[in-house]
Design a protein around this ligand. Structure first.
Ligand code: MTE
Ligand code: MO
Length: 452
């Protein structure tokens, strides 16, 4: 690539795909890609991606080849940092393959190929903090949680009492950051540049929040929850919350919303909010408060840290990408959109010459309706093959899928996956509904493989 690119490759493709092709593949700007791909340009693109492109005729103009758009590890480093590559992660108990998106606060995502387990091991589970990481609790069972506000009998419970007094439940459920997929927005949206790895699916053990709220007795005036935790604000200012989000009472009364103390059968690690956190599946991960100390029941929508402005909100009427936001045009992001990922092989995998079939594996999930089907394509979306889905263990679990795809000759292929929910909503080709903080980015996942 030339040294004269001031804009990122993604930006350039969004603004001027013809010129982007010229920069990447060294062709003349006035030639259309169609012509380019039939001529010397096709050879140039083949050279750039490392092999001839059997299905080049189906390749949409202005498409950044997956081999160039994402790093070979699948961690999705955008071209802007293609030279640096992802930093290895170093944190006790965590897989070095996680990609660090931020160090203060600590944020790390799981590359798609590390989400290949049926149940995401704790070592591979993504991390998202807004504030500082508190010290581990020395005596977990004496940790205190308060339930107060619009209730008949406020509760002050220790974790030990909570475990004893309420029914214990274990569910395998997806936890997903509200900003997952943010890096796919053009122009770039504000915040951590997640690819698809701000999500994981673990076994969570705890007691239903609904049972605890019933024990406290909700008043007729109870409208909304407000969550508080022990993590200090990044600035250290004790009058500020690192995060304080909440949800309408009907969501809080669902049976799968848990106050959790165990993850994958082990005591909840400190980095994941131990000794005790909320897990509120289907809606943005920011509702799943870590280091939980208080659930305040309010008579109105909560207005804590992360509830106002454009935080965790999406545009009601579509806005011009990159334009200034009018706060009155936003609604709170609730149910997460449908998303499918290929977890095996990894992006950038090279297969021996002569390989004619490839087995694909992956996962798909959505906010609350369930996944109806998942399809894969090896020819830039010209044809699709339906995958075989394993049904979820329980509501809010993900669906694992498998498929087999034919590769007619050696060369460069892109494998695309698209999931469809039970409402008929399918993943789009590009991140839909641009908004300043980049929520709801669920374009199809694609990986590059090279045969030969
Ligand atoms: N107390 C507290 N809880 C929190 C956060 C936080 O910063 N502080 N981050 C939230 C966000 S934005 C997400 S996506 C999830 C991430 O959970 P994890 O780090 O266990 O993956 O925790 C949520 N709970
Ligand atoms: Mo998040």
């Amino acid at each position: 690539m030339t040294g004269t690119i001031e804009r990122s490759l993604d930006e350039l493709y969004a603004q001027d795909p013809e010129r982007a092709d010229a920069v990447v593949f060294g062709r003349r700007t006035e030639v259309s890609r169609r012509g380019f791909l039939n001529g010397a340009g096709l050879a140039a693109m083949g050279a750039a991606v490392g092999g001839s492109i059997p299905f080049s005729a189906h390749m949409p103009a202005g498409l950044i080849p997956a081999a160039l758009a994402q790093s070979p590890t699948g961690s999705g480093a955008a071209s802007a940092n293609a030279t640096g590559g992802p930093k290895p992660f170093s944190f006790p108990g965590k897989d070095p393959g996680l990609s660090v998106l931020g160090e203060r606060p600590l944020v790390a995502e799981t590359p798609e190929h590390l989400l290949d387990d049926e149940t995401t091991p704790t070592a591979k589970f993504y991390i998202r903090n807004n504030g500082q990481i508190p010290e581990p609790a020395s005596n977990p069972d004496s940790w205190k949680i308060k339930i107060d506000g619009e209730v008949n009998s406020p509760l002050d419970l220790t974790l030990g009492e909570l475990k004893q007094r309420f029914p214990n439940r274990t569910y395998r459920m997806v936890l997903e950051c509200g900003g997952n997929g943010r890096s796919f927005f053009q122009p770039q949206a504000r915040g951590n540049q997640w690819t698809n790895g701000g999500a994981g699916c673990a076994e969570w053990t705890g007691v239903p929040l609904a049972e605890v709220l019933k024990a406290a007795g909700l008043k007729d005036t109870a409208k909304y929850t407000a969550h508080y935790g022990a993590d200090p604000h990044l600035s250290g200012d004790p009058s500020k919350e690192a995060l304080s989000r909440g949800m309408p009472i009907p969501k809080a009364m669902e049976e799968h919303g848990l106050i959790v103390w165990a993850m994958n059968g082990e005591p909840l690690p400190n980095i994941h909010g131990g000794p005790v956190r909320l897990v509120i599946p289907g809606w943005p991960g920011s509702l799943s408060h870590k280091w939980l100390t208080r659930v305040w029941i309010r008579d109105r929508e909560h207005d804590g840290q992360g509830m106002t402005g454009t935080s965790y909100r999406v545009a009601i009427r579509p806005m011009v990408p990159g334009s200034k936001a009018d706060d009155s045009n936003f609604r709170i992001l609730e149910s997460m959109p449908v998303r499918g990922i290929i977890t095996n092989p990894a992006n950038g995998t090279r297969l021996p010459a002569g390989t004619r079939t490839i087995a694909l594996r992956g996962a798909a999930w959505d906010g609350e309706h369930g996944v109806a089907r998942v399809d894969v394509s090896n020819d830039f979306g010209a044809t699709w093959t339906q995958t075989q889905l394993t049904p979820p263990k329980n509501r809010y679990d993900w669906s694992r899928w498998v498929a087999s795809v034919e590769l007619p000759v050696d060369g460069y292929y892109e494998l695309w996956v698209r999931a469809t929910d039970t409402q008929g909503r399918m993943q789009p080709h590009i991140a839909p509904g641009w908004n300043p903080q980049g929520y709801g980015g669920n374009p199809m996942h694609r990986i590059a493989v090279l045969v030969g």
